[in-house]
Ligand binder design. Structure first.
Ligand SMILES: [Zn+2]
Length: 432
């Protein structure tokens, strides 16, 4: 019994003086979301500089290299919105809060007096099962800039309101991708929905602008735009990979998180505190723990690039693996772990019930998290390419609390469950 008190004593003593994972995570998140890294994206070398920062942390912690460096370089196609100035009805708007630009929008300069799309044609399309009125509307707006006003379809419509809404919201996208027989230089959508910025791997035919109907509630009569964007066929990125030796090397544990985000447009940064500076903080926190106490198996730590552009870094890694994928005993991916007021969600929990039960039991036994929720397989983060190659894996994200998502407001996270999640995962990994 006595010997069991010793590690406990060291832990308490050590943690009294050393930083808790949460305190360390606060510093990491503050750093990675700072203007220095430009939203870890596609301008100012933001993503590259973030990869160098992570490699420095790997080095400081004493992680070993699988090759002659921590980096695994690769390229992928991405469309980059570089700059956009926008005036609507003579008023200058601010990107991120007043408006957003569709990720595939080509460069465009000029002043437009857009036509307003008539939403009632949607009703007619469903009611009469006849395209002629709709086609006439397309003919009217062809070769013009067009505004899709923010409309609420009446509840007494023949078709369900939600169907009408969905269809109406889809038309601008269909126009943009060239899916309708019209050519339109600029589509403006007035919307009361939350802005969610994304990335595109190709250029669309049309410029898409989403304008908050809170910023511009009135009818849009004129739009002056100066948009610069660029398609990069071979954007250069790199995964950051390091490892720690365990007591055994016949199997490997892999911990992953993506470090890239959406970058910045003009001087407006998409900071990605929760998505996914929090996951990188988690990865680094785990590496600091296992650098001090030797794990049972070798642990490989991978910080992926290009997740937001479509899991590019993780896909590249499984196609060009630096380790034998068959040796991976278990992989855990962390993407958006900055809250936790309502516990965690475990993607793939249903696929790996033995490991899920273990995780849930530990959390229950130590009263770590409010809940450990199970989910089936979902290809929604970097665990997916591994899972598709047969690697047993979880993807964990936290639930509850508040954070932005793919917008300019993802600036801060509570880290409510951070220390307990670190403790839970450490115990879980030790029992694998
Ligand atoms: Zn993410």
């Amino acid at each position: 019994m006595k010997i069991r008190f010793l590690p406990l004593f060291i832990f308490c003593f050590g943690s009294y003086f050393a930083q808790s994972p949460k305190t360390y995570a606060e510093q990491v998140i503050k750093k990675l979301t700072s203007p220095e890294f430009s939203g870890r994206g596609y301008v100012d070398n933001g993503m590259k500089r973030a990869s160098e920062e992570i490699a420095q942390q790997f080095e400081k912690t004493g992680l070993l290299k699988l090759t002659d460096s921590y980096f695994q370089p690769f390229t992928y196609p991405v469309h980059v919105i570089k700059n956009c100035e926008l005036k609507v009805n003579g008023k200058e708007l601010k990107i991120g809060s007043d408006y957003l630009v569709g990720a595939g929008s080509p460069s465009l300069q000029g002043t437009f007096q857009p036509l307003i799309f008539n939403p009632s044609v949607i009703d007619s399309l469903f009611e009469w099962d006849d395209r002629s009125y709709f086609d006439k509307e397309l003919e009217r707006i062809n070769n013009n800039a067009v505004v899709f006003p923010d409309v609420q379809f009446p509840e007494n419509m023949i078709i369900r309101e939600s169907t009408a809404n969905q269809f109406y919201r889809d038309i601008p996208q269909i126009i943009s991708s060239g899916g309708l027989d019209v050519s339109i230089p600029l589509v403006v959508e007035q919307t009361s929905s939350k802005f969610i910025h994304t990335l595109s791997s190709r250029q669309t035919q049309t410029v898409d602008i989403f304008i908050s109907s809170r910023s511009v509630p009135e009818a849009i009569k004129s739009v002056t735009i100066d948009l610069q964007s660029d398609f990069e066929a071979d954007f250069e990125a790199q995964n950051v990979v390091g490892y720690l030796k365990g007591k055994r090397s016949d199997s490997i544990i892999v911990l992953t998180a993506h470090y890239d985000h959406l970058g910045k447009i003009n001087d407006v940064i998409f900071p990605g505190a929760n998505d996914n500076a929090s996951g990188i903080a988690f990865l680094l926190s785990m590496s600091r723990i296992y650098a001090k106490s030797k794990p049972n198996f070798d642990i490989v730590f991978i910080a992926f690039a290009g997740e937001e552009a479509g899991l590019k870094g993780s896909q590249y890694f499984v196609d060009h693996p630096l380790i034998d994928l068959k040796k991976i005993k278990f992989l855990v991916n962390f993407d958006m772990v900055g809250t936790g007021e309502d516990g965690i969600q475990v993607v793939n929990g249903r696929e790996f019930p033995k490991q899920f039960n273990k995780l849930e039991n530990i959390s229950h036994m130590y009263n770590y998290l409010k809940q450990v929720k199970v989910r089936g397989a979902a290809c929604n983060s970097d665990h997916c390419p591994f899972y598709q190659k047969g690697v047993p894996s979880f993807y964990i994200y936290t639930l509850g609390g508040e954070s932005g998502y793919h917008d300019i407001y993802d600036t801060e996270v509570s880290l409510y469950a951070f220390d307990k999640l670190v403790a839970l995962l450490t115990k879980f990994i030790n029992e694998l």
